[in-house]
Write a protein that binds this ligand. Structure first.
Ligand code: 3NM
Length: 212
């Protein structure tokens, strides 16, 4: 399945709202309208990741949405994910594409328009544009601000998703800067009601995209 018809991208975290599990939170996010899910867990061992990936593969299939694995193309194949997401490390995109072939999704994090153009030329299926705001979920990475969102809206031709520090209180200005897809982690997984946050973000995206 190479389906890239999404508007709300949700990524797993290492910490959830107290008392909730990854499965509960992601299920609630899917009920709320998350239409693509990524497994990202920087400190987990590969065996632990594979177990989480299989669980999320089952869950995303129930909801008919694509499932992406961060960083590990081989593990993405093993878990029968729809694709992989890579960062800016050398050859990440090329190696992921070589392993996954043309039919699976390869996404790339970008932090400047030059990186966006390189990812586009290198055959990425979509890119992340961020971090729009400073975020503890990706520490040490300076915010690219809404300027990069505006540039992406003008110049990027493949699907792109704004990411980094986005929550209900600032999503509208990201949409006003030209984003048509949003990704949020802490605003969703740290919430007591992930489904409600997702529904609100989706409603903001749809009214922004339809010009309402
Ligand atoms: N990638 P939150 S920002 C995983 O800019 C990730 O490439 C980013 O989490 C990038 O919504 C980010 O909690 C963290 O800020 C997003």
């Amino acid at each position: 399945m190479k389906k890239l018809d999404f508007s709300l991208y949700v990524i797993t975290a290492e910490n959830y709202h107290p008392g909730k599990t990854m499965e509960e939170v992601m299920r609630e996010a899917l009920y709320g309208g998350a239409d693509i899910v990524q497994l990202r867990h920087k400190t987990a061992k590969e065996s632990e990741l594979l177990e989480k990936a299989r669980l999320l593969r089952g869950l995303t299939r129930e909801f008919g949405v694509p499932f992406i694995v961060n960083d590990y193309p081989q593990l993405a194949i093993e878990a029968d994910a729809d694709g992989v997401h890579v960062g800016q490390e050398d050859h990440g995109l090329r190696e992921a594409r070589e392993l996954l072939g043309p039919d699976r999704i390869v996404g790339v994090s970008t932090h400047s328009l030059d990186q966006a153009m390189a990812a586009e030329d290198g055959g990425a299926d979509y890119i992340g544009v961020g971090p729009v705001y400073p975020t503890g979920t990706k520490p040490g990475r300076p915010a690219v601000t809404l300027n990069y969102v505006r540039q992406a809206a003008r110049h990027v031709r493949i699907p792109w998703v704004a990411i980094g520090g986005i929550h209900l209180g600032n999503a509208q200005e990201v949409l006003d800067a030209g984003a048509t897809r949003l990704c949020a982690v802490s605003a969703i997984v740290g919430s007591e009601d992930p489904a409600a946050v997702c529904r609100s973000l989706k409603a903001m995206i749809s009214s922004s995209v339809s010009g309402a």
